[in-house]
Design a protein around this ligand. Structure first.
Ligand code: ARG
Length: 245
């Protein structure tokens, strides 16, 4: 009888552990990438995704996320190596990434755009120095389509802007809101050409949180939290703080 009771106790503990919600979600993010993730003047991490992510984490754990800064080109390997359990970093949901990670439902969508001080035309890019952040959808696109350009790949988006402003790049290709935000009041550098959204094979269908493939339970909870935040107005309120539409 004693043995049976002990066994029942062990089973109860095991199922309690399984049903337990997450205590804390460690979240990988590459910053600065304004207006999505950047440091405020006082040094705190802020931005559209930081605020939205913290609300998501609060829904799931009762606490804000634990943010882990990670360079973009290692952001998926570090997820797989368990440095954190979720990526919330403007990651476009595309087929290639779906082979290695699991995505939440999309929580926003944004086109890409070229920015230049010299009236760059992507159709005439021969010999032109064109920048992208290494490992992004923009990098994939220019590598495939601007084959006679000289492609310069950057670890961080802000280093790329420094080179663009310094005349060391003819153009950069980046998520459109990030280009506009990083350039600020610069009057010489402008968006050139139309927004780029195609092919969907590269640019995907919106931006989502990414997880290790086996973490379906966490993904479910995060997608449910995003849905709730859209329904209760929190999502729109955060959106309004960072975008003027
Ligand atoms: N949306 C692009 C992609 O998925 C670029 C994202 C870069 N994000 C960042 N936080 N640096 O590749």
């Amino acid at each position: 009888k004693k043995v049976l009771l002990a066994l029942a106790g062990a089973l109860a503990v095991a199922s309690a552990v399984e049903a337990k919600d997450y205590d804390l979600i460690r979240v990988g993010v590459d910053a600065p990438y304004p207006p999505f993730e950047y440091k405020a003047p006082d040094g705190t991490l802020t931005g559209f995704e930081i605020e939205l992510g913290n609300e998501v984490c609060k829904e799931v754990t009762g606490k804000e996320c634990e943010w882990v800064i990670q360079a973009w080109d290692g952001i998926i390997p570090s997820l797989l190596a368990r440095k954190y359990d979720m990526i919330f970093s403007s990651m476009s949901i595309n087929a290639e990434r779906m082979e290695t990670v699991l995505f939440s439902d999309p929580y926003y969508t944004t086109p890409s755009a070229f920015f230049s001080a010299t009236g760059f035309d992507p159709a005439m890019s021969k010999g032109k120095r064109v920048g992208a952040q290494r490992g992004t959808t923009q990098d994939t696109y220019i590598t495939e389509f601007l084959t006679d350009a000289e492609i310069v790949r950057y670890t961080t988006a802000d280093d790329m802007v420094v080179d663009l402003k310094g005349g060391r790049l003819d153009a950069m290709f980046v998520d459109a809101p990030v280009g506009l935000e990083l350039l600020g009041d610069d009057t010489e550098v402008k968006q050139v050409g139309d927004f780029v959204k195609e092919p969907a094979r590269i640019f995907g269908e919106g931006v989502g949180a990414a997880f290790r493939k086996r973490d379906t339970d966490l993904e479910d909870q995060v997608s449910a939290a995003l849905k709730k935040l859209k329904e209760n107005g929190t999502y729109d309120a955060i959106m309004k703080k960072y975008f003027d539409f």
